[in-house]
Ligand binder design. Structure first.
Ligand code: ATP
Ligand code: MG
Length: 270
């Protein structure tokens, strides 16, 4: 991947700030060029959505984002006939719009969607690259600039909520984790405005709390929460209060677990 050309010789304005952990930007661009769909997996708040927004802007592509939920059906993605002034009119769903217009279609938390969604994703994510619209009889061919990106968090799924092998094996996959401390400090400082020297202990604390995942905690503290914490401190909140309300309270409802987290925090930052 190190031989991949940079996407752009000069940086564009209005590109959402994103610090890469590894080769993900080059991989994304190559997948887009080769018309391959991409699957991103990783814990909450580690930068998946920001990465997609960043790459869409870098490549100059429109971004169509759909947040999937457990009621989302194939028809919600493709479209349906709706009553308009006494007539029934076909109305494209977000996936159909993305295929017609080109650009990136990003299905966030794709494992939440109903099983019938796989039926529309399969022909779009293999070498056919088509979207059949049964109700209108159309067979839409995805344009060259179209790319499907899906993401999910493997952490909090039940066994029932995983992608079938026949679905997941249609994607190039990229695993996201938290950034190494030096980079995470730089990201949090840039996002919050708090100087790096004051962010460093928060990132150390985040590392300690992440180590408790699986024992006391379902999920480790996200970069998003560290950014919240640093933002509140930058706005004048005392460190102890900011840490409690952003890096401890959102993680647990159990009094004993909370007490243990407060103790860890006390040893690191306050
Ligand atoms: N590599 C990074 N570069 C820049 N900002 C980052 C990075 N990683 C995390 N962030 C910060 O963390 C916040 C959360 O990231 P994002 O919303 O992309 O997480 P996510 O992985 O999509 O989480 P979820 O699974 O909950 O949707 C961002 O708003 C940004 O402030
Ligand atoms: Mg997200």
């Amino acid at each position: 991947m190190t031989t991949a050309r940079p996407v752009l010789a000069t940086p564009l304005r209005d590109v959402p700030f994103y610090t890469p952990a590894r080769n993900e930007c080059a991989l994304f661009e190559l997948a887009w060029r080769r018309k391959l769909p991409l699957l991103l997996k990783g814990p909450t708040g580690c930068g998946k959505t920001r990465f997609v927004a960043h790459m869409a802007a870098r490549l100059g592509l429109p971004l169509h984002t759909v947040s999937c939920h457990d009621d989302l059906t194939a028809a919600d993605l493709t479209g349906r006939y709706l009553l308009k002034g006494g007539d029934t009119v076909w109305t494209d769903g977000p996936l159909t719009r993305a295929v017609r217009e080109g650009g990136i279609c990003y299905l966030d938390e794709v494992v939440e969607a109903r099983k019938d969604v796989a039926v529309v994703l399969h022909p779009l994510t293999d070498d056919r690259r088509v979207l059949p619209l049964e109700r209108t009889g159309e067979l839409l061919e995805a344009p060259d600039g179209f790319m499907l990106v899906v993401s999910y968090n493997p952490g909090y799924q039940s066994l029932l909520k995983t992608l079938k092998p026949s679905t997941r094996q249609r994607f190039v996959a990229l695993e996201f984790g938290f950034l190494p401390p030096e980079q995470e400090i730089a990201v949090v400082a840039a996002e919050s405005g708090l100087p790096a020297g004051r962010v460093a202990p928060l990132v150390t604390l985040a590392g300690r709390l992440r180590a408790l995942k699986g024992q006391d905690l379902e999920e480790g503290v996200s970069t998003r929460l560290v950014v919240y914490c640093a933002s509140l401190i930058a706005a004048g909140m005392p460190v102890r209060e900011a840490v409690l309300s952003t890096m401890i309270e959102p993680l647990t409802d159990e009094p004993e677990v909370k007490a243990a987290l407060v103790e860890v925090a006390g040893a690191v930052v306050v």
